[in-house]
Design a protein around this ligand. Sequence first.
Ligand code: GAR
Length: 365
Amino acid sequence: MSADHTAQTIHEVERLRAELDAQGKKLVFTNGCFDLLHAGHVRYLHDARALGDALVVGLNSDCSVQALKGPDRPLNGQDDRAEVLRALRAVDAVVIFEGERATSLIEAIRPHVYAKGGDYTVDSLNREERAALENARTEIRILPLVPGRSTTSTINKMLGDKTSHRLRIAILGSGAGSNLRAIIAAVQSGALNAEIAITISDHADSNFIMTARDAGVPAQVVDPGSNPRKLGDAAQKEIFEHLERARVDVVVLAGFMRILKEPVISAYSGRIVNVHPSLLPNHKGANAPQLAIEAGELETGCTVHLVTSEIDAGRTLAQARVPVLPGDTAETLHQRIKTEEHKLLPKVLNEWRELGLPVRGAGAP
Ligand code: GAR
């Protein structure tokens, strides 16, 4: 075996696997960057080790961390990372690998069990790695994330937001982008003390994304996946990563026509806000102005509310009323509702802290 503080070679780990096999014991494998070790990692590795009799960690090399996480990472060099990991009681061996995928390590080690953190699901595992695992008949186990303990949240805590109290917001939208334009205008005029840290759309050619680019605010397009109604697991995870990287306090859904699920919904619990074109709880879901006309209502409006896993059902923060006029079509009515949304949404965001709502770090999960 190599000196106690350095990483093992792949051949050493192959030998370890053969020894365990001979004794009818199980080798557990996991892989990751671990570029700033925190309690979340330690608990995760402990739980992974408990799935078998020895734990081998595939550690992304410095080049591979940089390719995955951007030029500012890694925070610690690969030899230091390997040394720290090897000092943990749960870890039996560490192998450094190049490239973004651990496929060749999986093929060589053929682990009995593969552990991965709960920011993945079996379906969002990299396809190539998953095929190698299935080929090796490896049991795949997803372990729950330790809330609030991630490398990004640790970095954010260290950086703090001492420079300003401006709310850092993310705006997600799919369509026309008029609410986005209203928020941008409110920020530019000083009526809204916030910084648009990122905008995200599921449509590359939407007016929403054009608006963001024209205004020079950071804009990301996320491929929603093949289902035209749902947002796939990989997209959910990608959105979470964009939000984390942008150190977002509040996520604003401004005409985002997909349903956000894990990991965003838990990680940003109490910090996701949606604008909906009806007086909720009336007319949830799509086509709310049309539904108000069909119901023969004389008055409808818009609602700004917190987002939970139940559609259009979280706590109402503010509402504005709009009359339904004789001769209104869904379009004319929706247009007048939007005029109210454009005032209501920036107002709620500007009063966020006064409303006692959480921001990143302080009290937020
Ligand atoms: C807004 O009216 C918003 O309330 C609605 O989509 C429109 C987006 O307009 N959202 C929903 O219906 C969500 N259920 P915009 O793209 O011009 O801001």
